[in-house]
Design a binder for this molecule. Sequence first.
Ligand code: ACM
Ligand code: ZN
Length: 544
Amino acid sequence: MRKTAILIAVAIVSMACSKEVVRNQVEVIPQPASVEVYEGTFDAAGAAFKADEDFCQLAKDAIAEFEADLAGASAKASASADTRFIFEKDGGLGEEEYSIEVCGKKAVIRAAGLKGVFYAIQTLRQMLPAEVYTGAAAPEADWTLPCMKIQDKPRFGYRGMHLDVSRHFFDINEVKKYIDIMAIHKLNVLHWHLTDDQGWRLEIKKYPQLTQTGAVRKQTIIGHGRDRKGYDNTPYGEGCFFTQDQVKEVIAYAAARGIEIIPEIDLPGHMLAALACFPELGCTGGPYEVWGRWGIADDVLCVGKEETMKFLEDVLAEVADLFPSEYVHIGGDECPKVRWEECPHCQAKIAELGLKDDDRHKAEHYLQSYVTNRMEQFLSTKGKKIIGWDEILEGEIAPNATVMSWRGVEGGLEAVRMGHDAIMVPYTHLYLDYYQSKDKAEEPLAIGGYIPVELVYSFEPFTEEMTDQEKSHILGIQANLWTEYITTDSYLEYMLLPRMSALSEIQWCEPENKDYDRFLGNMDNMAGIYDILGYNYAKHIFVK
Ligand code: ACM
Ligand code: ZN
């Protein structure tokens, strides 16, 4: 008798959810892979929460945080209603996959672990009033979700965003905010550019000079570098670095949001901050200064000297110990060879290694390959793989290196043809330090270029000629944010948003799910989230 009653109840509930699909889209960015919306609603205010005991602690924490925010924002204590969120562990799903099934009194979320749980929660948060991001009470808002089925997983496993903290420094609070913004958009890698000519920003215990002398430039060029307006005569960078304890804090903060941090130590060029501390590691012996201007410096590390290799290995050993990521980014971009051409140490190394000019490259390019190779070998002893900018293709690419293709997509294409992995970051589409309006006079000073939201959205990393094998080597997509002209937190956010929303769709959505008009339509909802969280964002796409 009881069993029959249950069967009838199940039949009624499933009838309620088997009604016709009324929509196949929700206002969520990035657009989920598959969405079916039915008639009927689920009241999320005061809903009870149940999480599978088998989930890891971080997944349970993410669920508990959502529950608390929802109870606060809807001003109804959890479990005060007869509706329920049920989080079930489903080992059959991929690490980043999730499903949401909302029907009648139940919202069932299935995921294999933290990432799937976290992404499902991001989707649900975007479908609820924006107060759910802050927990601020909004009892009058509409706290219902539609009855629906969402099945979702990302197109690419690498969904990166880069941050340069050398040219201008962004402290731990702003880096965490940056991570929060990434998390809302389901990105999963922060590429942290920690060192450059203009300031060394990572504590290295063996070489404290790097974050004393190496963090501080005595002045900074005024205005745009090409205008040659002189220098501001104001030191910049005292105390502007991350201690290793702070780095651990940031890594844990990111990990709780499904984000891995890949550190970059840019070598052997872009090293003036280190050379200012250790002039003996340069070809000329210096003196050198932490650079106060932007661009490409001729002075780079002298790689003919064994003590330079020792310095790099010491630094990378600490980096490898500190960061749990599979990869360390070793830079490799924009390394002029003029000093090496004149340097007896570098030339002796070229002779010792038997490197020769050929019709493709000069001996000095092969000298850079030698350095990259040595760093790859060294890091592999620490269990790490390397990523390098596409210049590492010049000369001979290191055997297991992943190429980050920034000078267009060609470097990435060449890498995958050779069986290497690649990440696409072309400056033509994904350099978020470029202007986002043609009306440059009305914009804050930027490096140049023009990359509006639509151009970001149009990027497609696969080409028609690519084989499936080659496609499988494209790990994903990243956008870069260089900070020569970005001096404040608020300007940083302005350059990031809303272009990161477009980035998230090209990283997450299969091409058939991309639709710029649908995306634009969903951006009003996203703007409400930016507003409530106090993010500064560019308004161009919202001007009707
Ligand atoms: C780069 O923009 N120099 C990688
Ligand atoms: Zn040298």
